[in-house]
Design a protein around this ligand. Structure first.
Ligand code: NDP
Length: 380
């Protein structure tokens, strides 16, 4: 029996994680659940899974919780709980940067991490990977593309890989040259063609900022340089990513789009056991296509590459500016096509901020958010 702490349990990945735990009740126990504001759903989850503790940003005092479930009242208490001896693995699916501190606390205590929150690596990849090296924690990528690459690389040494190829659905506006990106509404951007995900990542998929974040994430996870991370548009989202080895062989991982599969893989790693995922049906014709991304119309990929090449605070700044710009777009304040412009302007201003310690990273994040908000104001 593995004790799993699920951070971000009320979100899209969190509920899929609980589905995996529900289907494998004899293998897993949800020892703790953490959420943001949706305290009602958190209480319902606690009622079903009977965790030892819950944590929420919002006020849980109005909710009925099981008698033996302890309520944690601060991020510090959450950090202590994920580091405690009864936790075996922490699955982090908190959107944004709030996952960084608990993930670091768990890594420093030697816990394995199933990581969905790509922001954690984009923002603080050097510190997180260094902490893993020191404590021996395994960083298991839940993000479907990185989980695919992880499976393809398997036991092969890092220097046998020549490049990794991230597949990208293209989002709702790929192939829609008729749509003027300056007039896109949040409702249009929230209609993803193949994946059902949280709001922020769905907007990021429409701008291709999500793929930009994933380029940087792949660099940290697999020790790749910027030119070694390629992106290819694959609208069917069947091949989740590929790895090219030095001998020019390409290994791919495929399956229907369903986040339960990478979650199941990470929680059971290194074992392979039956999952809830639908097996591929090859009796139906399957048309898999690959295209080059349009970086003129979607500049996010090039901006992410600049941030990756720059290093230092650039990942932190890229992520923070994007979060601010996405929020302003969702609030109806700025046009969709201003999101990359705001990220680029903030990067030009703040990429060289110091970022070697956690405090410096948090400071760079705060400064970049202020500057991105000011740039957004100019576009509003
Ligand atoms: P959602 O918006 O659906 O869920 C986010 C979760 O984080 C919710 O449970 C939310 O709580 C919680 N949360 C927000 N702020 C805090 C906080 N300060 N403290 C504790 N919990 C908090 O997002 P997704 O599930 O879609 O994505 C989660 C992460 O996984 C993101 O980093 C995303 O990039 C990544 N990811 C998602 C994929 C997907 O298919 N959805 C695929 C690959 C990666 P509440 O709802 O209660 O406010």
């Amino acid at each position: 029996m593995k004790n799993v702490a699920v951070l971000g349990s009320t979100g899209s990945i969190g509920t899929n994680t609980l589905k995996v735990l529900r289907n494998n009740g004899e293998r897993f126990h949800a020892i703790g659940l953490a959420a943001g504001r949706n305290v009602q759903r958190l209480a319902e989850q606690a009622d079903e899974f009977r965790p030892s503790w819950v944590y929420a940003e919002g006020d849980v005092s109005s909710q009925r919780l099981p008698n033996d479930t302890q309520v944690l009242h601060s991020q510090d208490e959450l950090c202590d709980a994920v580091a405690a001896s009864d936790v075996d693995i922490v699955l982090c699916a908190i959107s944004g940067t709030a996952g960084l501190k608990p993930v670091l606390a768990a890594i420093r205590a030697g816990k394995d991490i199933a990581l969905a929150s790509k922001e954690v690596l984009v923002m603080a990849g050097a510190i997180v990977t260094e902490a893993c090296k020191k404590s021996g924690s395994k960083l298991l990528p839940v993000d479907s593309e990185h989980c695919a690459i992880f499976q393809c690389i398997d036991q092969h040494p890092a220097d046998s890989v020549s490049r990794v190829i991230l597949t990208c659905s293209g989002g709702p506006f790929h192939k829609r040259a008729d749509i003027n990106l300056a007039t896109v509404t949040p409702e249009q951007a929230l209609k993803h063609p193949t994946w059902n995900m949280g709001r922020k990542i769905t907007i990021d998929s429409a701008t291709l900022m999500n793929k930009g974040l994933e380029i940087i994430e792949a660099g940290w996870l697999f020790g790749m340089t910027e030119p070694q991370v390629e992106v290819v548009i694959h609208p069917q989202s069947i091949i989740h990513s590929m790895v090219e080895f030095k001998d020019a062989s390409i290994v791919a991982q495929m399956g229907y789009p369903d986040m339960c599969l990478p979650i199941h893989y990470c929680l059971n790693y290194p074992e392979r056991i039956p999952s809830v995922a639908r097996p591929m049906d090859f009796s139906q014709s399957l048309n898999l296509t690959f295209e080059k991304p349009d970086t003129q119309r979607f500049p996010a990929l090039d901006i992410a590459r600049e941030a990756m090449r720059h290093g230092g605070a650039a990942g932190t700044v890229f992520n923070a500016a994007n979060e601010v710009a996405v929020q302003r777009f969702c609030d109806g304040d700025i046009p969709f096509d201003c999101i990359p412009a705001i990220v680029r302007a903030t990067l030009e201003k703040d990429a060289s901020l110091p970022a070697t310690t956690l405090d410096e990273i948090l400071a760079a994040d705060a400064i970049a958010r202020r500057h991105a908000a000011a740039f957004a104001e100019l576009k509003a």
